[in-house]
Write a protein that binds this ligand. Structure first.
Ligand code: C2E
Ligand code: MG
Ligand code: MG
Ligand code: MG
Length: 281
């Protein structure tokens, strides 16, 4: 009987795996044409400063609406773009989009915030990256000081000497650097002292554990916030969804928050309207 059940379960899981593989293949086959078919667009999610009660930056997030598959999460298709090297042209397109959006906002008089862009490690390590960044910033006629480049901890397991050089060059241009999804990767705290980084974005998983009353996670979160602050870095808490989470984060001395409690990522016009709202959080 047990054997039979085990056998059934195996069939069930392998079917699930097959479906999963099929979906990955479907996405991979279609994402190849997404750039040329103009199926990509950018949305912007505000980052809110708890002390000034203002939106101090936005994070640009890529969206893909496929006519065949529908809306697909970047968590699903970005890894495929990275594997196929498509992240290089798509990454350039993203940089052009966000810098020209920033220029439009500047022309309209909106210039008191930063704009954060996610940069794939593969994109950053590409030999043309710095050259392309300089050119795109120049073409868009914006100030590099308004940009934040977000990179993940996986940068540390790559060639960290080269990573250090590139990040330093970005800083020299005026572009600020942020460590994204902090606490999820395999890197140690020492990454904070070895890499030239001005901002730490604490991963949403820490916030989710707050609700579970997970004492140890709270201690670790407090530690991360304290260490980052003492190293002179700003901190952003990702994925804040509830007022309970907000209250706790305030007690812990968090500086900036990003999450559905403030707003989801929205198109540029809606995003900029959020700045005129009176914020009470
Ligand atoms: P990320 O850079 O950590 O971006 C934050 C993700 O968390 C976004 O998901 C955002 O919509 C989501 N999020 C924000 N607040 C909340 C919240 O309160 N609750 C929940 N449940 N989620 C929240 P998104 O847009 O699906 O992006 C997923 C990941 O895909 C990003 O994680 C980033 O790693 C990657 N990505 C997105 N856009 C780009 C891009 O333009 N370039 C690159 N290289 N990667 C991108
Ligand atoms: Mg990010
Ligand atoms: Mg993040
Ligand atoms: Mg994340």
């Amino acid at each position: 009987e047990a054997k039979k059940q085990g056998g059934n379960r195996f069939v069930f899981f392998s079917q699930e795996l097959a479906n999963q593989n099929e979906r990955v293949r479907l996405i991979a086959n279609n994402v190849v044409h997404a750039l040329a078919n103009q199926e990509f667009f950018m949305v912007y999610q505000p980052v809110y400063d708890l002390s000034t009660k203002n939106i101090t930056s936005y994070e640009a997030l890529l969206r893909w609406k496929s006519p065949i598959i529908g809306q697909v999460s970047p968590a699903e298709f970005i890894p495929l773009l990275e594997e196929s090297d498509l992240i290089i042209p798509v990454g350039k397109w993203i940089l052009r989009q966000v810098t020209s959006q920033l220029n439009r906002w500047e022309v309209e008089g909106h210039n008191d915030f930063h704009l954060a862009v996610n940069i794939s490690v593969k994109q950053m390590m590409h030999p043309d990256f710095l050259h392309d960044v300089k050119m795109i910033i120049q073409e868009a006629d914006i100030s590099a000081h308004r940009l934040i480049f977000e990179i993940t901890e996986t940068i540390a397991v790559q060639n960290s000497e080269l990573a250090n050089q590139i990040l330093t060059e970005l800083n020299n241009l005026g572009v600020k650097t942020a460590l994204d999804d902090f606490g999820t990767g395999y890197s140690s705290l020492s990454i904070l002292k070895t890499l030239p980084i001005q901002q730490v974005k604490v991963d949403r998983s820490f916030i989710m554990k707050i609700e579970l009353d997970d004492e140890k996670s709270l201690v670790i979160l407090q530690g991360i916030l304290d260490i980052a602050r003492n190293l002179g870095m700003t901190t952003v808490m990702e994925g804040v969804e509830t007022n309970e989470q907000l209250d706790l984060l305030k007690k812990m001395g968090a500086q900036k928050i990003q999450g559905f409690l403030i707003s989801q990522a929205v198109v540029a016009e809606l995003a900029i309207n959020l700045k005129n709202q009176k914020w009470m959080h």
